[in-house]
Design a protein around this ligand. Structure first.
Ligand code: WT7
Length: 658
């Protein structure tokens, strides 16, 4: 480290707050600090400001209808179409020939779509879906990796009013089947395969295996040919080649259907406390307004930008901030197919330089990996086009924050650390980059109009410095409306904890712990339920446990998250073998395979620890906290309340902490 670097490090260490650079503030979309008061005073009408970013067919009557809380409705009786808002209006305006989607393939090929080209593709695929018999409100499952056909299919669904349910391509066959069953989805769009680190991966076999687990009849499957001759496969009778179908619809024009603001735009499955994934329902008006508004206010997106959110569209981040938000604002949104270290560890920075990326949004886990690889990789590239950086998905440690600030942002870009969830539809707690100072490790204050609080177990606001729980005490347009086909679970999961039903006072509980400081800055500490966050992906420990106990030879299991340098948390499996089964590599491999088969590689256990018993309290509850401490290499504290304290040392000895 040079002396200059050492000085800077020292300064960064002691500096708790960072001011946004003047050059950024001068051009920011939102710069008036009065916006916080303005939103509070005019709530809920302040949300008209978000709705105004959209083109409505029929104006809405009411901003918020809370008659049937917590089944809130937003922008009631307004009608609009999301595909029209994300494409047609930009074509009708002056952006027809501007780039809408810039796609970078892993092997170096690129595809670029102007807004008018995107319109053509979307209309042709919308016509294809109609031809197959897809009707308004039919759920179409999209099991696709990061190829342009994914956003095209999403927008085609939106155009004809068919909600999409995207299933992350890395999920297993079983996970696909569970989700198609839950959504009673009769249509699937998938592909033959895709590239990962230069290898052609077979995807269609996984899709086919998943289809075998679907309990109802699937009428049609459309298969995108991503791999050409690299993968030969047969199509079943109800399976069609994407290009063949689309070719039949060449030049088709499909009018965007008029959707009620409250009509479902999509379903997104996410993990919760129980084994069954939750189908989060998002709507056309509120969700689109909210993703557009936060893209404008927080990500500072402008039409002339090249904006890159390096998430996967298979998660909510990609829905809100690769597809809907940025396209609603008419900007150029970038999509990258591959991994960040292929062919070299400078791939991301090469792409930033090549495309003159203005805004870059990624997850702390990626930043920690970049940091580990070393600053020489970004240093090889000119990153001066960058104006704003963002992070999402998990808490960011101050060291990673400062590394990002210095080595990617060149100390010249504000960082927005955005806290939100699949359920919230868009960002909830973060600084506004043109207004607030930044504190590494702290997401910031709630956004204007968002009544997020940090409370104790009784719901009373806590003092600065203490740890408590996040609640949201007023609704917002991007919120989930319910869990698909399960209003009861919607209430019990999110509203039961802190609401006063009698008084008709509804408080949303996101199940996160947090602290707040004197400035009202919130530091999110992590989940307080049985959900773990691995590389920014949310995984239910119960889901993994049920996969493990499904393995022949396993009697009981507990799954917890342990600290991990890059992933944030990693999956640790503690398993009790059945009598007569030998613990060893063979059983371990079958446990790992069981998890891969039921969920996918994102849930791959870091370690499988066999034990004759799990630590239990006298009342028989598994002491998860203790298992987490063991996995993280933390102090174990008092174990005397256990029924079987001796088992703890036995387990701890086996865990390989490196
Ligand atoms: C959970 C939601 C938000 C889209 C991606 C994940 C954690 C998210 C932050 C952040 C600390 C964060 C929370 C939350 N989380 N962003 N900036 N700081 N924690 O969506 O899969 O629904 O997960 O991710 O624990 O509850 P998700």
């Amino acid at each position: 480290m040079s002396q200059e670097d050492a000085n800077l490090e020292a300064r960064l260490e002691e500096q708790e707050t960072f001011e946004p650079p003047e050059s950024f503030v001068e051009q920011a979309n939102v710069t008036d600090p009065g916006i916080y008061d303005e939103f509070e005073e005019n709530w809920p009408d302040c949300w008209e400001r978000a709705a105004d970013l959209l083109s409505w067919e029929e104006e809405y009557d009411t901003v918020l209808d809370d008659d049937n809380a917590p089944f809130y409705e937003w922008f009631t009786n307004g009608t609009l179409n999301a595909s029209y808002n994300c494409i047609d209006r930009h074509v009708e305006g002056d952006r027809a020939d501007e780039t809408a989607i810039e796609w970078e393939g892993e092997l170096g090929e690129t595809r670029s779509y102007t807004y008018s080209e995107l319109l053509e593709e979307v209309e042709e695929f919308a016509a294809t879906l109609r031809e197959l018999g897809v009707e308004e409100d039919d759920v179409v499952t999209l099991y696709l990796p990061m190829i342009p056909e994914l956003p095209i299919a999403m927008l085609a669904c939106a155009r004809i009013g068919a909600p999409h349910a995207v299933v992350f391509a890395g999920f297993s066959a079983d996970a696909l089947a569970t989700r198609m069953n839950a959504g009673e989805s009769e249509y699937l769009v998938t592909c033959d395969g895709y590239y990962r680190r230069g290898d052609a991966l077979d995807h269609i076999s996984k899709a086919n295996e998943g289809l075998e687990g679907v309990e109802h009849e699937v009428s049609d499957v459309v298969v995108v040919d991503r791999l050409g001759d690299d993968l030969e496969h047969d199509l079943a009778d109800n399976q069609h080649d994407y290009d063949d179908l689309v070719a039949e619809q060449e030049g088709a024009s499909v009018d965007p259907v008029s959707r009620d603001a409250e009509d479902m735009l999509f379903l997104m499955y996410t993990s919760g406390t129980t084994g069954k994934p939750k189908g989060v329902k998002h709507t056309t008006g509120g969700y689109l307004a909210y993703s557009a508004w936060t893209s404008h206010a927080v990500l500072d997106v402008k039409p002339d930008d090249t904006y890159w959110c390096a998430a996967d569209i298979g998660w909510i981040t990609g829905h809100s901030y690769i597809v809907y938000g940025p396209l609603a604002l008419g900007t150029t949104t970038m999509m990258y197919e591959g991994t960040p270290d292929y062919p070299e560890k400078d791939r991301m920075w090469e792409l930033v330089e090549k495309n003159d990326v203005d805004i870059f949004y990624t997850a702390p886990t990626a930043i920690r990996a970049f940091m580990k690889w070393g600053e020489q990789y970004p240093a090889e590239h000119d990153l001066s086009s960058l104006r704003l950086l963002g992070t999402v998905g998990e808490p960011i440690n101050p060291r990673a924050w400062k590394w990002y600030y210095k080595h990617i942002g060149g100390e010249n870009c504000p960082i927005v650390d955005t806290w939100w969830q699949t359920e919230t539809g868009g960002m909830m707690i973060t600084t506004l980059p043109g207004i607030s100072k930044m504190k590494p490790g702290s997401a910031g204050p709630p956004l204007p109009g968002i009544d997020a609080r940090i409370v104790d177990a009784e719901g009373n606001e806590i003092s600065a410095g203490e740890a408590g729980y996040v609640t949201v005490n007023n609704p917002w347009p991007g919120m989930l409306r319910t869990l698909y086909n399960n209003d009861e679970r919607f209430i019990s999961e999110y509203w039961a904890e802190y609401s006063d039903e009698e008084a008709d006072e509804w408080v949303y509980f996101p199940e996160d712990g947090a602290k707040i400081d004197e400035d009202g800055f919130i530091t999110v500490l992590g989940r307080v339920d049985d959900v773990i966050n691995v590389s920014g992906h949310r995984l239910g420990t119960m889901e993994i446990e049920s996969a493990v106990v499904g393995v022949e030879g396993i009697a009981e299991a507990a799954v917890v998250g342990g600290d991990h340098e890059v992933k944030g948390e990693a999956v640790y499996v503690y398993a009790i073998p059945e009598d007569g089964y030998e613990t060893g590599d063979e059983l371990e491999e079958r446990v790992v395979q069981g998890v891969l088969d039921s969920i996918g590689p994102i849930a791959k256990p870091e370690e499988v620890i066999f034990t004759p018993e799990l630590p239990k309290t006298r009342s028989g509850k598994i002491m998860r906290r203790l298992l987490e401490n063991i996995a993280s290499g933390d102090e174990l504290g008092n174990t005397s309340t256990l029924r079987n304290p001796e088992v703890v040392d036995e387990i701890a000895e086996q865990v390989d902490l490196d």
